[in-house]
Design a protein around this ligand. Structure first.
Ligand code: KIV
Length: 268
């Protein structure tokens, strides 16, 4: 199976929706790979895998290590790695240095960064220098402190106009796709109709050109047990793993595991 390219992704505008899922580790990435178009090594890994309260503490080294592991383990989906907080906002030069490191050391296919109009000149700088960028507008989790929480965006006409401007700005700057996170449904529809690049929704609209979910949310594996309203759970892995752990513990304590078939040749 050959790996999808940016050109393949662009053919999904106003066509079959793109299937995007977050992935942080090889065992899960390998299972998703044949079924999805894009594996997003999201900085949500800070909350999902490392137990941080937000994505802010995530480092470039973490993103590179997880990005490289996911890329090595897969052959089909385009692998996009999130740029963590503080690694690109300062200047286009800082962004290029860190994005180039991610592209080289994770061998990934593209990077994602949060921000609309404010990041447009940076996106333009990166794309002109060979770095494909997926943009991310609407609810931007790296802005949690300035937003005062994870509230859906686009509640007023002014907010909606600003998000539409953000989406147009990242498209003009050269982003190959844009994530629309946590925005009012009609706004997601309008942005999708307006842009020529694919929109990828999360808490947005079925009308987007693709959908993304955090893998652990849709697999029923959230550590906190909290499941956002826009998530559909396609499995209940917490229950499956908990039952497996309970049975393993019981059998070890009863000495029924390991059984003879799980041991090597007897001594003497
Ligand atoms: O970090 C992440 O997982 C993301 C998705 C939720 C889009 O940015």
């Amino acid at each position: 199976m050959s790996r999808l390219t940016l050109r393949d992704i662009s053919t999904h505008k106003n066509a079959t929706p793109l299937v995007v899922i977050t992935s942080y580790t090889p065992p899960v990435a390998r299972l998703f790979d044949p079924h999805v178009d894009i594996l997003l090594v999201g900085d949500s890994l800070g909350m999902v895998q490392y137990g941080f309260e937000s994505t802010l503490p995530v480092t470039l080294d973490m993103m590179i290590a997880h990005g490289a592991a996911v890329r090595r383990a897969t052959t089909h989906a385009l692998v996009v790695v999130d740029m963590p907080f503080g690694s690109y906002q300062q200047s286009p030069g800082q962004a290029f240095e860190n994005c180039a490191r991610v592209m080289k050391e994770a061998s990934c296919d593209a990077v994602k960064l949060e921000g609309g109009e404010a990041m447009a000149s940076t996106i333009e700088f990166l794309v002109a220098r060979g770095i494909p960028v997926m943009a991310h507008v609407g609810l931007q989790p790296q802005q949690v402190n300035t937003l005062g929480g994870y509230r859906y965006q686009g509640r007023t006409e002014d907010e909606q106009a600003a998000i539409l401007r953000d989406a147009k700005a990242v498209e003009k700057a050269g982003a190959f796709a844009v994530v629309l996170e946590g925005i009012a449904e009609p706004l997601a529809v309008e942005i999708t109709k307006t842009l020529a690049i694919p929109t990828i929704g999360i808490g947005a609209s079925a009308a987007c050109d693709g959908q993304v979910l955090v893998a652990e949310d849709m697999l029923g594996l959230t550590a906190s047990g909290y499941v956002p309203g826009f998530v559909k759970q396609y499995a209940q892995l917490s229950q499956t793993i908990s039952t497996a752990a309970e049975n393993y513990a019981k059998e070890v304590r009863k000495r029924t595991f390991p059984a003879p078939e799980h041991t090597y040749g007897k001594k003497g």
